[in-house]
Every structure is written in C-alpha cells, then in structure tokens.
Design a protein around this ligand. Structure first.
Ligand code: SF4
Length: 184
C-alpha cells in the first residue's frame, strides 16, 4: 500500500474569504505518493499534471478540487468536515487501488489543461441553437473544457449528421483524459 498513514489533517475555512460556506483541508504524510500520479492521472482524468514539480490537480463536481503533492493532499471546496474526511478517504483509496493496479494501466502524462476551447468549438455543430442552455457553441465549448457539462448536453451532437464530429470530439477529449469526476 503506497499511502498507509496520514500524519496530520488540518481542516480550515479559506482566509481570503471567510464568508464562503466551504472548507479546505490539507493532509500530510511521510510516504511519497508521486509514483502513482501518471496512473491516477490516467484513471481519474487529472485537470493539470505538472511533472516537473510533481503536482496533480483533480477537479471534481460542484467546485471541489483535490491537489496531490508527493507528501501532501490538499482539498478545496468541501461543504463540511464530514465531506473533508470522506474526500480524503476516497482519494487515499483511489491512490492505493490505482497504484496497486499500475501494471494494467497505461500511464498518462497529458492532462485536461492542454484542451483548447477553439479545437472543441470546431467539433460542435456551430449552429448556436442554444439547446444546450448556452448562448453560443463557444460558451458550450468553454464549459465542456472545464468539465462542467458533457457531450449529451448538446442534443444536436446526437444526430446522425453530426456523428463524425461527435466521434472526433470524443476522441479529442479522451486524448487529454477529459471526464467529469465525482468522488464516489
Ligand atoms: S446545443 Fe450544441 S449546437 Fe446548439 S448551441 Fe449548444 S453546443 Fe451549439
């Protein structure tokens, strides 16, 4: 098991905006979890992976983030103390499980941060029909890059005439490990 023992777990309200009803937390430990990063990035779809400094950023739904450092895990945006503990247990379990299966996983070094809105836009129907709830395909493309919505939120993409675009868009997103991520 790569990460067995957490030495310290600080939970706090962000100092910059104490009015925010969210909590941040930092767990520290002796183990070096960085060998798991290329595999965690491959399995969970890291938002950004800085290999030089060994930092892997995971973006979850509802504005939550988990940042992995070699000997530290930072959690941002949890709604309460229970969720801080649940998120820590979740990511700890993911790290250990994924690292234990690393022989079966192709490591990934690219991350979602490399996705370009303009490239996503080119693969949308570009009709600005607003069926997705956004005013333009550009706004949809930007939200898709952020992992806030999915391909299914653009109904025209499901039409046969846009099948080639949808398949190309899916492949483009997958190249960068794109996905929406929930801690479940
Ligand atoms: S539903 Fe699709 S085609 Fe229509 S505006 Fe949204 S992204 Fe563009």
């Amino acid at each position: 098991m790569l990460l067995e023992k957490i030495d310290n777990f600080d939970i706090f309200r962000p100092k910059m905006d104490s009015s925010k009803e969210v909590l941040h937390a930092i767990a520290t430990f002796q183990a070096d979890i960085s060998p798991s990063f290329p595999y965690v990035n491959a399995e969970l779809g890291g938002w950004d992976y800085d290999q030089t400094n060994q930092v892997l950023l995971l973006k979850l739904s509802n504005g939550k983030w988990i940042t992995l450092h070699p000997q530290k895990i930072a959690i941002r945006g949890a709604k309460d103390i229970e969720e801080c503990h649940a998120l820590l247990e979740w990511i700890k379990g993911q790290i250990n499980d994924i690292y234990g299966r690393r022989d079966q996983i192709a490591p990934r070094y690219m991350s979602q941060a490399g996705l370009k809105v303009i490239e996503i836009l080119k693969l949308t129907p570009m009709s600005n029909c607003k069926l997705c709830g956004y005013a333009t395909c550009m706004a949809y493309a930007a939200a898709l890059r952020e992992g806030e919505i999915s391909l299914n939120d653009c109904p025209p993409l499901a039409e046969e005439r846009y099948r080639e675009k949808r398949e190309k868009l899916q492949a483009y997103l997958e190249t960068f490990g794109w996905r929406t991520l929930d801690a479940e």
